[in-house]
Design a protein around this ligand. Sequence first.
Ligand code: 6OG
Length: 163
Amino acid sequence: TASDGDVKLLTLAVVRRGGRLLLGRKKRGFGEGYVNGFGGKVEPGETIAAAAAREIREECGVTPLGLCQRGILTFAFDDQPRPWEVHVFTASDFTGEPYETDEMAPEFFEAKLEAIPFDKMWADDRYWWPLLLRADEPLFAGLFAFERTHELRWWRLQEVAAL
Ligand code: 6OG
């Protein structure tokens, strides 16, 4: 079960199907307009993996299969009281048909780095996506500091043996 101390715990999931990835364009709230994986806040008493699965279902209607944690990204914002700890997951497939919700408009992209729309994504994504897409599936941990919400000032990213 997640314990929520000084950080805000969130999930972020990239869902695969064959050679394609299911992402979404965020329609409202934090990160509106950005293309991103599916995710959101971990609820009290909920495991982080359960939250990841729930958020995928809520935001695009599919049930993930083969959910697996790949990374932890910590975001420090100069305009937010607490850092955000975002747990990054991949799913190897899904059941159901993705549909548009109030939160997200789902979209498929080819599962290769050149096809990922980094110009429409948060500024940190271009750094950790290469690790996410790597065939040997390394685990990673990153720290990203943002100013005025969207400007990435500095960052650190490393492969880790365990999360
Ligand atoms: P809600 O507030 O909608 O959850 N998120 C980020 N994702 C990336 N790639 N970069 C960031 O850089 C992010 N900050 C937050 C976590 C927000 C969703 O957006 C993700 C959640 O999946 C700062 O509940």
